[in-house]
Design a protein around this ligand. Structure first.
Ligand code: M6R
Length: 588
C-alpha cells in the first residue's frame, strides 16, 4: 500500500528515486510523485497515473536529495493534487499508512489558519511538520509523530537542510547504507543492487539520514528522543530477481517459477523442522488466518492438519478474526499466513492472538516482515520475490509449507513426495494450454469455479485470480451448493469451471456438471481423475497429471492461474497491475 523511497548522496537523486519507485510500484500505482532538494532549490513533481508519468518531468532534475512516493489511494481519489509528496512551506513529505485521527488534526490546523489542498489524510503531516519546524527537521518530525494515531512510514525533506528525516510506526521502512550515500525505502527489493547493508526501522523509530551518517532514535515511551542501535543486516534482495526475464509479464514468469517455489520451500522447511515441532508441541487448538489468497491456502492447510494429525483447525479471514473477540489461550497456535508478512489485518490478528497467549507461526515469503517479528517461529515460504499483484508461486509455496507443517506436527515426513509433486508441477507449467477456455471466459457474462473439498478451496483461488486481473465477474462455490441458489445464474453466457481431482468425489461433481449443462451453461473441467465420465456437452477438458489428492491443488491451481493470465491478456488488461489493487495491503 504505497511505496516510498529516499536518496541522499553524490548521484543524481532523480535517477535513484525513479528507479526505486519503479521497483516499489507493485505497492500502488494510481499516482506518483517526488521532491528534490539541491541547496536552496526545492522541486516538487506529482502526477496521476503510473510512475513512468514522472519520467519526462525528471529529465531536467539534478539533485543530491530526493524522496518519492507511489500511491494506492485510501483517502481522496487518484489525482495530481492528492499525489504525494505533500508540501507546506519549505517542507515536503511522503507517507505510507493511514493517519486515523487526521480529521481531528485537520480541523485543529484549519482553525489555526492552515489551508489544505488535498483530500488525503497524509497532508496533515506536512502541515504539522511546517508548524513545528524551527530550523530542526528531526525535532519537527518528533513533534509531528507525537500527534499522529494510526500507521505511518514518513520521509521528509526541507529546503536548506542537507538530510532526510524518516519515522515509522506499523508501516515498514528500511534504511540502506552506501558509501557516501544512503537510502531509505519501504522494502528491500527497492534497494536491490544499491545497498548491501540495511537496517530495519522499528515501530516508533525516527531517523536522520545524511550522505555520510545515519542516526536512529526512538521516542515511543519517552518524550525525549533516545538514540538506539539497530543491527545492520545484509540486503537479501537481488536485482536480477526484479526483471521479467524472457516473459512479457511478471505473472507469467512467476507461474513458471511455481515448481521452484515448491522445491525451495521444502528445502527451507528442512532447516526449521525441529524448531517448528518444538514450538507447536502441545498445541490443543489451531487457528489459521490470512487474507485473499493466503486465506485460501489456509483452507487447504486446515485439511492437512485435520487429516494428518487429527487436530481440529479453524480458519478465519484475518479481517474477521481480529474483530470477533476470539477465544484464545496458551494452548492455541495461530498460523498467520501472508506472502508479504505486512498485511495489516493479518499482522493485527497475530498481535491480538499473541496478546492473549497464543503461539504465533508466521508463514511468510518475506525475510523481514512485521509478521516475522511478532511470531514465535517463522515457517519460510521460499518463493522468491513476487512482484505481480496476483499471488501465484507464493500460494503454491504456502500450500507446500502447510503440508510439511502438518506432517511434522503428526511426527511424519514427506518421504520425497514434494520433489515428485514439483516435477509434476513442471509438467503442468510446460504442457498446459488454456487458450480455448480463456476465450470462453473473456466472452462470458459470469464465471463460476466449483469443486468439492480441496478442489473447492482451489476453485475459490481460481475465481479470485480471474476476477482480480481480468475483471470478468464470477465466484467460487462448493459444487454441492450449486443447486441451492447459484444455479439461477447459469445460462449460455456463463462459464463454469469444475476442478475434479478427488476420485471419490468425482461422481458427485459430475452431477453438478450435468445440472449446469442442462441449463445451457458452458462447462470446462480441470481433472486428473483417470476414466472420469463426463456428460456430453462439456466444452473443454484440461487434464493434469495424476497425483496424491492432497497435493493435487499444486497442479490444478497452475491451470487456473494460466487461465486468469491468458484471459487478462486477451482482454488487454495489465495482469501485473490490476486496477484498484496493490500487492501489499498495509492498511485496514
Ligand atoms: O501479502 P499477503 O499474502 O498477506 O496478501 C494477502 C492478499 O492481499 C493477497 O493474497 C491478495 O488476495 C492477492 N492479490 C490475490 O492474488
Amino acid at each position: 500500500m504505497c511505496g516510498i523511497i529516499g536518496y541522499i548522496g553524490g548521484r543524481n537523486a532523480a535517477v535513484e528515486v525513479y528507479e526505486g519507485l519503479k521497483r516499489l510500484e507493485y505497492r500502488g500505482y494510481d499516482s506518483a510523485g517526488a521532491a528534490f532538494c539541491d541547496g536552496d532549490k526545492l522541486t516538487l513533481i506529482k502526477k496521476r497515473g503510473k510512475v513512468e508519468k514522472l519520467l519526462p518531468h525528471l529529465k531536467s532534475v539534478r539533485a543530491t536529495i530526493g524522496i518519492g512516493h507511489t500511491r494506492w489511494a485510501t483517502h481522496g481519489v487518484p489525482s495530481d493534487v492528492n499525489a504525494h509528496p505533500h508540501s507546506v512551506g519549505n517542507i515536503c513529505v511522503v507517507h505510507n499508512g493511514i493517519i486515523e485521527n487526521y480529521a481531528e488534526l485537520k480541523a485543529g490546523l484549519e482553525a489555526e489558519g492552515s489551508v489544505f489542498l488535498s483530500r488525503t489524510d497524509s497532508e496533515v503531516a506536512a502541515h504539522l511538520l511546517n508548524k513545528y519546524y524551527d530550523g530542526d527537521l528531526l525535532y519537527a518530525m518528533k513533534m509531528t509523530v507525537g500527534k499522529l494515531r494510526g500507521s505511518y512510514a514518513l520521509m521528509a525533506v526541507c529546503k536548506g537542510e542537507n538530510k532526510i528525516v524518516a519515522a515509522c510506526n506499523k508501516s515498514p521502512l528500511i534504511i540502506g547504507y552506501g558509501f557516501g550515500e544512503n537510502y531509505c525505502a519501504s522494502d528491500e527489493p527497492a534497494l536491490a543492487g544499491k545497498c548491501e547493508t540495511i537496517v530495519v526501522m522499528e515501530d516508533g523509530d525516527l531517523a536522520e539520514i545524511t550522505a555520510e551518517s545515519v542516526a536512529v532514535y526512538n521516542a515511543v515511551y519517552n518524550c525525549e528522543l533516545q538514540s538506539v542501535i539497530r543491527e545492520p543486516e545484509p540486503n537479501l534482495a537481488v536485482s536480477a530477481d526484479m526483471s521479467t526475464g524472457d516473459c512479457p509479464h511478471y505473472m507469467l514468469k512467476e507461474i513458471r517459477e511455481v515448481p521452484e517455489s515448491v522445491l525451495s520451500t521444502k528445502r527451507a522447511f528442512s532447516g526449521i523442522a525441529d524448531k517448528f515441532k518444538t514450538a507447536v508441541s502441545g498445541a490443543k487448538r489451531i487457528i489459521m488466518t490470512g487474507c485473499g489468497t493466503a486465506y485460501h491456502a489456509a483452507l487447504i492447510g486446515k485439511r492437512y492438519f485435520e487429516s494428518f494429525a487429527s487436530i481440529p483447525v479453524e480458519v478465519e479471514t484475518a479481517g474477521e478474526f481480529r474483530y470477533k473477540d476470539p477465544l484464545i489461550n496458551e494452548d492455541t497456535v495461530l498460523f498467520a499466513i501472508s506472502q508479504s508478512g505486512e498485511t495489516a489485518d493479518t499482522v493485527e490478528a497475530a498481535r491480538l492472538a499473541r496478546s492473549r497467549g497464543a503461539k504465533i507461526v508466521a508463514v511468510t515469503n518475506s525475510h523481514r516482515s512485521q509478521l516475522n517479528r511478532i511470531a514465535d517461529i517463522v515457517v519460510p515460504v521460499a518463493a522468491g520475490p513476487e512482484i505481480c499483484v496476483a499471488a501465484t508461486k507464493s500460494y503454491t509455496g504456502q500450500i507446500t509449507a502447510l503440508y510439511l507443517c502438518a506432517l511434522a506436527f503428526a511426527g511424519k515426513d514427506d518421504g520425497g513426495i514434494i520433489e515428485y509433486a514439483a516435477g509434476l508441477c513442471r509438467d503442468v507449467v510446460k504442457n498446459t494450454n488454456v487458450d480455448k477456455l480463456a476465450h470462453m471466459c473473456a466472452r462470458s457474462r459470469g464465471t463460476y469455479f466449483m469443486g468439492r473439498d480441496l478442489d473447492y478451496a482451489v476453485a475459490l483461488e481460481g475465481s479470485l485470480k480471474l476476477k482480480e486481473i481480468s475483471y470478468v465477474p464470477g465466484d467460487g462455490y462448493p459444487a454441492g451448493e450449486l443447486k441451492h441458489g447459484t444455479l439461477a445464474l447459469i445460462d449460455r453466457r456463463t462459464v463454469s469451471v469444475f476442478v475434479i481431482t478427488d476420485k471419490e468425489l468425482a461422481g458427485k461433481s459430475g452431477n453438478a456438471v450435468e445440472q449446469v449443462i442442462s441449463r445451457g451453461g458452458k462447462v470446462a473441467v480441470v481433472t486428473n481423475v483417470k476414466g472420469l465420465e463426463l456428460p456430453q456437452g462439456v466444452s473443454e477438458v484440461i487434464t493434469i497429471p495424476e497425483c496424491d489428492k492432497f497435493l493435487s491443488p499444486l497442479l490444478s491451481v497452475i491451470v487456473l492461474q494460466y487461465l486468469a493470465y491468458r484471459t487478462a491478456v486477451l482482454l488487454k488488461k495489465d495482469p501485473d497491475k490490476p486496477r484498484n489493487l496493490a500487492k501489499s495491503v498495509t492498511v485496514e
